[in-house]
Design a binder for this molecule. Structure first.
Ligand SMILES: [Zn+2]
Ligand SMILES: [Zn+2]
Length: 299
């Protein structure tokens, strides 16, 4: 009888402890406000860093919605269109030209002529260059408004939330204008830097920029990716969009060494071709695709 009583007593204390743990985790745990969001649908986010040589073009897809960050050089435009048609893409919710250099907006006119686009984002700077005029004319011919997103505004592509961390208005250094985007898909984060230089990185240090993947700024140039910035982002993976044998010597060894020092796995389009990332909201996988999107231009 006594033994039975003791067992009941033990059970009572065990239940009490479990209840205590439950209440602590629910109401007092420091993690309770940042509890993990769970992707219950089983959908996947796909981000493809397309091989466009010495240039950028990144396709984002989730739940039938699509965004494109940059469109490579002029010679990549028709190749990108063919690739998007091979994927049976019918339209884009968002097309973003990060800044007005040819290796980012050169191929966008082809995309604009071939696909309906709901929102077209560009920094609010007309650099009065020929390539910008070609882009501007394409947009006005297709009745496409050019919008400039404001810093800290957000938009969505399927379940992926994308925050605008930076957009500049400097006419003398177009890289400074780069629209910087932070994508959040459940518990994964990807930071897209465009060609933003270290001066812009400094502006971002006060924000929460910790990310799983960093699209390295400016093709691995030494004028981007400061040690302080990289330490704060602390990515597990880095992607460098860069042309084989490019005339700039990108990516610079000093940048590759910095990435190695923080234990980051680095993928490069000049070595691997197009880099295809899949996220289930928790885990990231990478594979490489032959997309035939590189027009061979080195601008
Ligand atoms: Zn640039
Ligand atoms: Zn560039």
């Amino acid at each position: 009888m006594k033994k039975k009583y003791r067992n009941v007593q033990k059970l009572f204390y065990a239940v009490l402890i479990l209840l205590g743990v439950f209440f602590y985790q629910t109401f007092f745990s420091p993690d309770s406000s940042t509890q993990k969001r769970v992707n219950l649908d089983g959908d996947k986010l796909e981000v493809t860093f397309l091989d466009v040589g010495q240039a950028d073009s990144i396709l984002i897809q989730n739940k039938g919605e699509t965004a494109l960050i940059d469109g490579g050089n002029r010679a990549d435009g028709d190749k990108l269109v063919s690739y998007f048609q091979s994927l049976s893409l019918s339209s884009f919710q968002y097309v973003i030209g990060t800044h007005a250099h040819e290796d980012h907006i050169g191929g966008l006119p082809s995309v604009i002529y071939h696909f309906p686009i709901e929102h077209f984002y560009l920094p609010n700077v007309d650099p009065e260059t020929q390539i910008y005029d070609v882009l501007f004319n394409a947009a006005s011919q297709m009745d496409l408004d050019i919008e400039t997103p404001s810093i800290d505004s957000t938009f969505t592509v399927g379940d992926a939330k994308i925050q605008v961390l930076w957009v500049g208005d400097d006419k003398t250094d177009l890289n400074q204008n780069s629209i910087v985007l932070l994508l959040e898909y459940y518990n994964n984060r990807i930071l897209f830097m465009g060609d933003a230089p270290q001066e812009v990185e400094k502006e971002l240090l006060s924000k929460d920029i910790k990310s799983d993947v960093l699209k390295v700024g400016h093709h691995g140039s030494q004028y981007s990716t400061s040690a302080h910035f990289l330490y704060q982002v602390h990515p597990a993976y880095a992607v460098i969009s860069v042309g084989e044998g490019n005339t700039y010597g990108h990516p610079k060894d000093v940048i590759l060494e910095k990435l190695e020092r923080i234990g980051c796995t680095t993928y490069r389009t000049d070595i691997s071709g197009s880099i295809h990332l899949v996220s289930d909201g928790e885990n990231l996988t990478f594979d490489f695709l032959d997309t035939d999107t590189n027009g061979g231009e080195d601008s």
